[in-house]
Design a protein around this ligand. Structure first.
Ligand SMILES: [Fe+2]
Length: 243
């Protein structure tokens, strides 16, 4: 099975559109979305309409969870306006889809076990596994040819565990943070376990211009043009936290 792995679209239709074109060009059997479909940018309904016809297997991300009110932040984060904006602009069918999502999915694709979670299995909404993580073998690491698809960090990662499992993070469609501002997705062959991370140029200048014109949060605008790697820290109350 050839799978397109996508994650962290964050309501960025400018990035999602060419990613879908790129996926179609490659020809895949299934699309897997590791969450944070919404949040950060204003084009939530457009993203739903682009995504829905390709019928992805999707899980819930932390921003998606804030949208539906499944988690309640103790302090309102700087990107809260985007959450409220997205809430107001989703149609009923988008809501129905969003509310149907779970935090974890396990698929059997031609005998290959593929597990999908936005964060990490021990912290499905907020856990982060960066490519430079310490040598560790968490009990949830995949083994024996099993595949674990993660999102949330906005960094692409492909790694075999010591127990011969595969960890894949396709990076972010809508807000990459690894120093390459092009949209990211990953092509996974579940037979060979070959993974290719694909970068897709998109018109981020046009996206940034449209956001500026409506007075969107400046940090979220600048995050689209991130040409140096580094975590994005965001103000939450009077604290800076990594997001
Ligand atoms: Fe996330």
């Amino acid at each position: 099975v050839r799978c397109a792995l996508i994650s962290d679209i964050h309501s960025n239709r400018y990035a999602l559109q060419p990613v879908i074109t790129s996926i179609r060009r490659c020809g895949v059997d299934a699309v897997i979305n590791a969450g944070d479909t919404f949040g950060y940018y204003p084009w939530a309904q457009d993203v739903f309409e682009l995504l829905h016809p390709i019928a992805p297997y999707s899980v819930l991300g932390n921003h998606d969870s804030l949208l539906i009110g499944a988690t309640c932040p103790s302090v309102v984060p700087e990107y809260w306006d985007a959450i409220e904006h997205n809430r107001e602009h989703l149609t009923q069918s988008a809501w129905d889809w969003l509310e149907s999502l779970t935090t974890e999915l396990s698929l059997d694709l031609d005998g290959r076990c593929v597990r999908i979670v936005h964060g990490t299995p021990d912290d499905p909404l907020e856990g982060r596994l960066y490519p430079d993580h310490e040598a560790l073998d968490a009990e949830w690491f995949p083994s024996n040819g099993q595949v674990l698809v993660l999102g949330h960090t906005h960094y692409p990662m492909v790694e075999f565990t010591s127990a011969a499992g595969l960890l894949v993070n396709p990076g972010s469609v809508g807000q990459p943070r690894d120093g390459n501002p092009s949209a990211a997705w990953a092509l996974l062959d579940t037979t060979s376990l070959d993974v290719t991370v694909i970068r897709v140029e998109y018109d981020r200048r046009a996206a940034m211009q449209e956001l500026r014109a409506v007075g969107w949060n400046d940090r979220s605008i600048r995050a689209l043009d991130k040409t140096r790697p580094g975590r994005l820290s965001v103000a939450v109350g009077n604290q800076e936290v990594d997001r």
